[in-house]
Write a protein that binds this ligand. Structure first.
Ligand SMILES: [Zn+2]
Length: 266
């Protein structure tokens, strides 16, 4: 049986409140051996760590504020103190700082441009927390590649560890992310976005992680339904096709990669 680690599934989102035990059971049946549940603000970070306690050694939590929620942070110093408190109270359950990054996408009428500075300052604080606690980063970037890479390069000589999840940066930024020693997260977006599809064959397998980003980005052939970790095999199958290798190779190598980045999952 193929085995997988889903390095990014928001089981802390309210879409799973009604049937989380069932989702976990179906993930196990599908060969998913570990799941990282990223927080996206302080309360969902706490919730991810609660899930990590409940499903000990199967689910793992994180702490971080997603750039989309950066505007909710009124006091950066206070946010840093609160994140430190969460990290210190959950050391046995926290696999990473995440998900954090920059996001300049226009969501509905909300324009991120006015919040760029806030996002950047928050990201720096979160990178410094990862370095302070020797934790890997789960990084998010959308429509902000130049600023994102510029900030990451500030820390190039530090022991920066992490994954640029849901990678959609194109060839130029792929090279830059790889040169920083980071992993590249691939999910169902590759199965239906031609922009992402075309980059898959360029990602070295030894630097690739698989994820679902559930409940979002359901891969083909299941688009239109709620995504869950069991769908990770469709992502693996797609990568295998694009790289002209077997699904077993993809599952084994990405599994090893996840264990090497997220020490706690061993
Ligand atoms: Zn996410």
């Amino acid at each position: 049986m193929l085995t997988f680690i889903d390095t990014h599934a928001h089981l802390n989102s309210k879409q799973y409140d009604a049937d989380l035990p069932k989702v976990i059971t179906s993930s196990k049946k599908a060969g998913v051996k570990r799941i990282i549940v990223p927080g996206f603000d302080l309360s969902t970070s706490a919730k991810s760590l609660g899930i990590a306690r409940q499903y000990k050694n199967y689910c793992f939590g994180t702490c971080g504020i997603h750039p989309y929620h950066a505007n909710k942070v009124y006091d950066l110093y206070e946010a840093r103190q609160e994140m430190m408190k969460i990290i210190e109270e959950n050391k046995e359950f926290i696999a990473a700082i995440g998900e954090v990054g920059l996001d300049y996408h226009l969501y509905g009428n909300e324009d991120a441009t006015g919040k760029k500075n806030q996002q950047k300052e928050l990201l720096k604080i979160e990178i410094e927390l990862a370095l302070q606690y020797n934790l890997p980063l789960i990084l998010h970037c959308r429509n902000a590649w130049e600023d994102y890479v510029e900030i990451l390069y500030i820390y190039k000589n530090d022991k920066l560890m992490g994954v640029s999840h849901c990678f959609e940066g194109g060839r130029l930024y792929l090279d830059k992310i790889l040169s920083l020693g980071l992993f590249i997260g691939v999910n169902g977006l590759a199965t239906f976005s031609s922009k992402v599809k075309n980059i898959i064959e360029l990602i070295p397998l030894e630097r690739m992680l698989l994820e679902t980003d559930a409940p979002f980005l359901t891969p083909e052939p299941h688009r239109g339904t709620r995504n869950t970790p069991k769908n990770i095999r469709w992502v693996a199958k797609f990568v295998a096709g694009m790289q002209n290798i077997t699904v077993t190779e993809v599952s084994q190598k990405t599994y090893e990669n996840a264990l090497s980045l997220f020490n706690m999952l061993k």
